[in-house]
Write a protein that binds this ligand. Structure first.
Ligand SMILES: C[S@@+](CC[C@H](N)C(=O)[O-])C[C@H]1O[C@@H](n2cnc3c(N)ncnc32)[C@H](O)[C@@H]1O
Length: 309
């Protein structure tokens, strides 16, 4: 499973937001480097797992061509905390055609609708609704492998990270994929001087306000060191630069009308148009994705692998 394999799989799920497929292919490739720490016989947890599809695909799972994230949506104004995907009804289609290579013992998130979607994957043995601003409902040292790619969403960021360390067993691993405040320089604010404030507001759609725990890489590492009960095994940039700028704009403002259009088609037409759409996108980005090398100079997200002492 290389980044192009992942790109194809993620295009299938994210097709109307193809920019996500691009960056998540790189995130999955980075996540994969930590699977040697994952032991199926030991307890593992995916914290803030959402609909679970990212982790499922990263771990080798596959979904059918008529499955994706654009069914069972809420339609409303894209701003602030509004989340079009915070909805679960019987229009949600998620057919697994290949099981993941490993399964998490727990997948947790604060949105029950997303966990209902995740439960379709047969990937989490248990799901649990939990707000990470509160103490995780697990005993100390409960897990050997703790993963999250969403710690920077949590307002009580320091407490949350400390709590992740608490639930990790001695010699267990904590895998963080974490955006840094470098994203503020790369974000659509950059375009405002020549594209205007309205453009910026539409592109941002309130997402910056949902990332309440954004910190610099240095602050994150200093905080980890100050907790003192983990060894830092690696810190690696995942993505940034032009690909991150493409992601920053993408089809973000258009996916609602695109999804409405797609969902008014017959299943057969939808799959056929999706196939054509995804082939064009794959060809457009194949070379740049293949060649892409992450760099400390412009990274907006890092992989941080920790071992509990
Ligand atoms: C960018 S999504 C990532 C979801 C998933 N990990 C993935 O890779 O697709 C961020 C997730 O964090 C969850 N989240 C945000 N703040 C949270 C909190 N305070 N407690 C629990 N979950 C939270 C959201 O519901 C959402 O599912």
């Amino acid at each position: 499973m290389d980044r192009l394999y992942y790109f194809r799989q993620f295009l299938n799920h994210f097709w109307l937001r193809p920019e996500n497929a691009l960056l998540l292919a790189l995130r999955a490739e980075s996540f994969k480097k930590t699977f040697n720490f994952f032991d199926d016989a030991e307890a593992s947890i995916d914290v803030s797992c959402g609909d679970g599809v990212f982790s499922f695909i990263a771990n080798g799972g596959q979904i059918s061509a008529d499955s994706d994230m654009f069914r069972s949506l809420r339609f409303g104004k894209r701003e602030g905390d509004f989340d079009a995907f915070d909805c679960f009804d019987d229009t949600y289609k998620m057919n697994v055609i290949k099981e993941a290579d490993r399964k998490f013992k727990y997948g947790i998130d604060w949105k029950s609708s997303l966990l209902a979607k995740a439960s379709k994957l047969n990937f989490y043995q248990n799901t649990l609704v939990h707000d990470n601003n509160n103490k995780l409902p697990f005993e100390d040292e409960s897990f050997q492998y703790v993963y999250t790619n969403s710690a920077y969403w949590v307002a009580k960021f320091e407490e949350h990270i400390k709590d992740l360390f608490r639930i990790t067993a001695s010699h267990g691993h904590i895998v963080l994929q974490i955006k840094t405040n470098n994203i503020l320089q790369l974000s659509s604010r950059y375009y405002a001087p020549f594209m205007g404030e309205k453009f910026h507001t539409i592109i941002d759609a309130g997402r910056m306000s949902t990332w309440k725990g954004l910190r610099s890489k240095e602050d994150i590492l200093n905080m980890i060191i100050s907790f003192g009960n983990v060894d830092i095994l690696s810190v690696e940039p995942i993505y940034g630069g032009l690909l991150a700028r493409i992601w920053d704009i993408g089809l973000r403002p258009l996916f609602n009308p695109l999804a409405r259009m797609a969902n008014s088609l017959s299943d057969e037409e939808r799959v056929s148009i999706k196939k054509e759409w995804n082939e064009i996108l794959f060809d457009l980005f194949e070379e740049s994705l293949q060649k892409y090398k992450s760099s400390e100079n412009d990274a907006i997200e890092y992989l941080i692998v920790l071992e509990k002492k």
